[in-house]
Design a protein around this ligand. Structure first.
Ligand code: C2E
Ligand code: CA
Ligand code: CA
Length: 677
């Protein structure tokens, strides 16, 4: 016999102790106990049936030989008990057991198997004394076949099988041997040997069964582990490693899945993009580590939002995707709540950092039918928030759709446009305040498209920037502007607007300088106007290009000053010669905040020895107020709107003045632009 770990034990005592524990079903592993019960469920009922039939057959043989109390009287309760057990097994075969219950049931089965075997053996011995040799042989055959049948049915519970075999075969061996006849001795020997062989076969099968269950369990455990790892991999591939939020891949998958779900019902939902305002500056100013900590803090605030029907993912950088399955009319207010909460100050490494958050939303199905349509439209709406009111939420609408269409028309017209034919450069005088003389002009582009008519520079410059046509446009417009200024007296300067793409492209800067060189014009007559937002996007590249322009002798002006984010910081960082105060401040000079900004910027420029131009002066009261503040230069409709070059040169030829304003003398211009104003 091979009782698996039992034989590996060291001492006899240990082996015995283990055998007793094994026999009492104390060492059984839970999954094996459950498997045994399952097997026995299908084997015990036929076992009981076999016993009942064989017992009835034996009783029938003895019906006329043995007294009725023995054949019917004794057998009936035993059969009833056996039948009850049979019913109990059949009824409980589908009940799910816990491992403890299974072990208890196995023990109970082993004990009952012993009891039932003892009852039947006793009954068979009682019958024996009544029959002749034929009947006795019948009983012996019944007993041996039954016991071997039982042993096989109990193969999965060897404890019970051994017990039954011992209880049945031992008395019969003793009985046969006690007969002292060769035939009986041969039967005894035969019974003994067959019992041994059957036990051996039984244990072989039992061990195979146990091994099978074990390897099946191991396989199941491995399978579970593989599944767990797969799930973990899946989770990781959908998680942003910095913030632990779901990532971009998850976001797009989720929208795709949701679109599939609402394909038929067309149930509306909302997709959104949230972008942090000025995150780049924080990264540049405090370093990437602080930037990362800030993103983690933002993510943790997002995780604690506790808003229903909402899922937010990190798309990358400072951009977050939003999927809102709640009522669409509440989407904007939910998004605004998120932006407002994200705008509350963060405590990072003992610093208090505040950051803005803008959002764009697109609703299914109005805004788009596919993941990419919805995402692109929400991104467009976000762009709108960013360029109009930062920190706000924009819902993609029919107006945006119309704007996209018209942008597309402009885009294609611009692509086909011959700049020298369709574009013009208008010049607007820059006026020195104390003596009302013209020191130079700002060049402002004008486009009249044959198909679309006049298009504002605010519109076509943006389209050109977005479609990568700005560099070509800038170079050609600049060539036209330099052509014009070189035809004017050389004490007049030219201010020319550059966009973000221009000042981060060394190639464009090289071409601009080449134009100056080819026209043999003094680079000091050229001022390039840049805005701080154009610098922020790629500060390092911009700084290199601006230094190149500065080194060539050109001047730089910071345009639209006061509308950006950290204007003062850039005044120090960049090689600026002049500041242009945005016209929005002049329109509200009476307002204490706007008035205060103008006053402090004028003072600041004076301290930093920079020139300062106030834009958008439209009336005399504004001019008077600026004069009182010792504003050195102004520009605005009050003196002159931007004018075509022909009108300017005609006016100069006619009266040596433009709009009644004389030109500044050479010395004055030089002095004002260089020194303290
Ligand atoms: P900007 O550089 O701030 O130009 C000043 C704008 O203010 C011009 O608008 C000008 O016509 C307008 N303006 C001048 N005086 C007054 C005034 O008294 N009141 C009011 N309300 N407005 C006044 P414009 O020509 O429509 O140009 C708009 C913007 O387009 C410019 O703003 C500039 O950023 C951009 N832009 C124009 N031409 C070019 C160009 O050749 N290249 C680039 N990159 N941008 C250009
Ligand atoms: Ca400008
Ligand atoms: Ca401006």
């Amino acid at each position: 016999m091979n009782f698996h770990p039992y034989f590996k034990m060291q001492t006899i005592v240990e082996k015995l102790r283990y055998f007793i524990r094994w026999f009492l079903i104390d060492t059984l592993e839970p999954e094996i106990a459950l498997a045994k019960c399952k097997e026995l469920n299908s084997q015990i009922p036929p076992l009981y049936l076999l016993i009942i039939l064989n017992a009835v057959a034996a009783a029938y043989t003895y019906r006329d030989l043995a007294p009725a109390y023995l054949t019917i009287g004794t057998l009936t309760p035993i059969l009833a008990f056996t039948a009850l057990r049979l019913i109990s097994w059949v009824r409980s075969r589908h009940i799910e057991l816990t491992p403890q219950q299974a072990i208890r049931k196995l023990r109970q089965t082993a004990v009952l198997a012993g009891v039932i075997a003892a009852l039947y053996v006793s009954w068979s011995f009682a019958l024996k004394s009544y029959g002749g040799i034929t009947e006795q042989s019948h009983v012996a055959i019944v007993i041996t076949t039954t016991v071997f049948g039982c042993v096989f049915c109990l193969m999965h519970l060897p404890q019970a099988a051994i017990l039954v075999m011992l209880i049945v075969t031992a008395p019969y061996l003793v009985f046969f041997l006690s007969k002292n006849q060769e035939v009986y001795a041969a039967i005894a020997l035969n019974l003994f040997l067959v019992s041994l062989v059957i036990l051996k076969v039984l244990f072989n099968s039992y061990n195979a069964f146990v091994n099978l269950i074990k390897s099946r369990t191991e396989l199941a455990t491995k399978h579970q582990e593989t599944e767990r790892l797969n799930r973990e991999n899946e989770r990781l591939s959908h998680t942003d490693f910095l913030t632990d939020l779901p990532n971009r891949r998850y976001f797009f998958k989720k929208i795709g899945k949701h679109l599939d779900t609402v394909k038929d019902s067309r149930e509306p939902f909302t997709v959104g993009v949230i972008d942090l305002d000025h995150f780049k500056q924080i990264n540049d100013t405090y370093g990437h580590k602080t930037g990362d900590q800030l993103l983690v803090a933002v993510a943790s605030r997002i995780q604690n939002l506790d808003l229903p029907d909402l899922e937010i993912c990190r798309l990358g950088g400072d951009e977050f995707g939003l999927l809102f399955l709640g009522a669409p009319h509440t989407a904007a207010s939910v998004a605004q709540t998120i932006c407002d909460r994200l705008q509350r100050p963060y405590q990072i490494s003992e610093m208090s950092i505040t950051i803005g958050a803008s959002c764009g939303l697109a609703k299914f199905p109005e805004a788009g039918e596919t993941t990419h349509e919805l995402f692109d439209r929400s991104d467009y709406a976000l762009y709108n928030s960013k360029t109009t009111v930062r920190g706000s939420v924009t819902v993609y609408s029919a107006d945006h759709e119309a704007k996209i269409r018209s942008d597309r028309a402009i885009e294609s017209a611009l692509q086909r446009a011959d700049v020298y034919e369709q574009f013009q450069v208008h010049l607007q005088p820059i006026v020195a305040v104390p003596d009302r003389t013209i020191t130079g002009f700002e060049a402002l582009a004008r486009w009249t498209s044959p198909e679309l008519g006049q298009i504002s520079p605010d519109v076509f410059i943006q389209v050109a920037e977005r479609t990568g046509q700005i560099q070509r446009l800038t170079v050609q417009l600049f060539a036209m502007a330099v052509d014009q200024i070189s035809a004017l007296p050389n004490n007049l300067r030219l201010s020319f607007n550059l966009s973000a793409h221009d000042i981060s492209s060394p190639e464009t800067v090289g071409r601009l300088l080449k134009i100056i060189k080819n026209h043999h014009i003094d680079p000091a007559r050229i001022t390039f106007e840049i805005t701080e937002t154009s610098v922020i996007d790629s500060y390092e590249a911009a700084e290199t290009c601006l230094n190149k322009l500065r080194d060539a002798g050109c001047r730089l002006a910071l345009d639209d000053f006061g509308t950006g984010y950290s204007s003062l910081g850039y005044l120090h960082k960049l090689p600026i010669d002049c500041v242009k105060i945005d016209r929005s401040f002049i329109a509200n000079l009476d307002d204490p905040i706007s008035g205060g900004v103008v006053t402090s910027v004028l003072n600041l420029c004076r301290t930093m020895q920079m020139a300062c131009v106030v834009e958008g002066v439209e009336n005399l009261s504004q001019l008077d107020a600026l004069e009182e503040l010792h504003c050195p230069f102004v520009q605005g409709y009050l003196f002159c709107p931007p004018m075509p070059f022909d009108e300017i040169s005609e006016s100069l030829a006619r009266s040596d003045a433009i709009a009644g304003l004389p030109l500044a003398s050479n010395d004055k211009t030089e002095h004002r632009h260089r020194a303290v104003v």
